[in-house]
Design a binder for this molecule. Structure first.
Ligand code: TRP
Length: 466
């Protein structure tokens, strides 16, 4: 099939554009906010090691499967799955992967925008010098003050959602690709600068030691589960985001230098994305933990690590206004390139059903925005309104991240490994090494479904057991 066969959405103009976009999707709040706080909470080195193993052994093979299905189908996850199910002569119900994924993306987008909205406020606040010389209590009060202000949070949520949908509305090559071409390199430059800065702080050695010294006595079953779940979230797996990005991936590209066409290898491309994602997570840790130790703070702060502890550190360090502002710009950019991928499966589906892209983006953005209001209120007026696993926000997060993503990832692995014709998968992947192909196949057939089932059950038992 040539690029011209897919006129509905357009294609990435190069393999590099796909890598940037998928890396943009993968790198986000999951890397910069969640990964360090998990690493801190679960004791450092041993958790990091298990997380890295999960990325390599389960995350990468499932990502390969997702890109492969997407490129084979060439459409939104719903239509891709309908098409592939028909080709494999199995029930149309496999399209459920696409529907569930679109819904999960919707739900995640609704609260992702709210949390990302906090970074907008923090950029502004930080740039004003709002954290200069602040105390621990003061920083916490800052964070809580923001949460208590529903109008402020709603405003930030609204601004972030508009930003996201504006990019999505502009389309694949003019919107998404343009945005990530600016955002991703910027992000890497900023992060490298901050790691260099962190290496000059007195706590650097301690921070590095905390992240890489593996003490297995600290590793619990729960930590292993958290590491696997985090591997899924951080690579954007299980809801079709990577599948729809794969659908925009050309099979062959013209080499700029030689002018010859080359096949675009899925496996090596995914390898690069996973590597970049991992480097950003580790880089974020290498900024955050040295800063934590340099300021005599605790690594096990929990979710507040990013929003309470770091501003406190920025408030104390020389040039903290600049470093802090740059850091939150970095977080905001990475969140934006992730959030555009959360809405894309749904937008692509609506576009295939005949809606114009701007209108589809408006519909998706508006709906997610409305659901997001529930999350905004979960931090103030509805703070004490709890049911099932907690506040409205916690329920949405749990439903989408802990239940729907693992389930989606598992079904994707099963479809790619058991349902789809073996020859088709092998042809689409076109892997040079047969041994590597057999390893991939074994993982998507057996290892990945079992591992995800374990996460899934754990989440369920945790919810029931309280
Ligand atoms: N991976 C992103 C992060 O780490 C979040 C994200 C974007 C995501 N798209 C996704 C998570 C799809 C799950 C599924 O912040």
């Amino acid at each position: 099939m040539k690029q011209g066969d897919k006129p509905v959405h357009g294609m990435w103009t190069s393999r590099w554009a796909f890598i940037l976009a998928a890396t943009g999707s993968a790198v986000g709040l999951g890397n910069i906010w969640k990964f360090p706080y998990f690493a801190g909470e679960y004791g450092g080195g041993a958790f990091v090691l298990v997380y890295l193993l999960c990325i390599a052994l389960v995350g990468v093979p499932i990502m390969v499967a997702e890109v492969m299905l997407g490129r084979k189908g060439g459409m939104s996850p719903v239509h891709t799955m309908i098409k592939l199910a028909a080709e494999s002569k199995v029930s149309r119900r496999w399209a459920g992967i696409g529907y569930m994924g679109a819904l999960a993306g919707f739900l995640i987008l609704s609260f992702y925008s709210v949390i990302a909205g906090w970074t907008l406020y923090y950029i502004w606040d930080m740039a004003q010098g709002g954290f200069q010389g602040i105390s621990a209590a003061g920083s916490l009060a800052h964070f809580e003050g923001m949460q208590a202000n529903a109008w402020l949070m709603l405003g930030c949520h609204t601004a972030f959602m508009i930003l996201t949908m504006w990019v999505v509305a502009r389309g694949v090559s003019r919107g998404l690709e343009k945005a990530v071409q600016v955002l991703m390199p910027l992000l890497f430059v900023l992060l490298i600068g901050l790691v260099v800065y962190a290496s000059t702080t007195p706590g650097f050695a301690q921070g590095v030691n905390f992240m890489f010294h593996t003490d297995f006595s600290k590793l619990s079953g729960k930590a292993v589960m958290a590491a696997l779940g985090q591997a899924f979230f951080t690579l954007s797996l299980g809801m079709g985001a990577i599948m729809v990005y794969g659908a925009y991936m050309p099979r062959e590209v013209k080499d700029r230098r030689t002018g010859q066409t080359r096949r675009v290898s899925i496996v090596s491309t995914v390898g690069i994305i996973a590597l970049l994602d991992t480097l950003v997570a580790l880089g974020a840790g290498l900024v955050i933990f040295p800063v934590v130790f340099s300021n005599g703070l605790e690594p096990s702060q929990g979710p507040g690590l990013l929003f309470v502890t770091l501003p406190l550190a920025f408030g104390q360090m020389p040039a903290g206004v600049i470093v802090g502002t740059v850091f939150f710009v970095l977080v905001m950019c990475s969140a934006l390139s992730s959030s555009i991928s959360l809405g894309e499966p749904m937008v692509a589906w609506l576009v295939e059903r005949g809606l114009g892209r701007p209108l589809a983006a408006l519909v998706v953005g508006l709906t997610a925005w409305v659901i997001g209001i529930g999350t905004v209120l979960s931090f103030n007026y509805w703070k004490d309104v709890t049911f099932l696993v907690g506040t409205f926000f916690q329920n949405i997060d749990f439903l989408a991240s802990s239940l729907m993503l693992p389930l989606g990832g598992m079904l994707i692995a099963i479809f790619a490994g058991w349902v789809m014709k073996e020859t088709q998968a092998r042809k689409e992947l076109a892997m040079k090494s047969f041994g590597l192909y057999m390893i991939w196949r074994a993982v998507v057939r057996i290892v990945a479904p079992l591992a995800v089932a374990a996460v899934f059950l754990n989440a369920l038992i945790g919810a029931l057991g309280g």
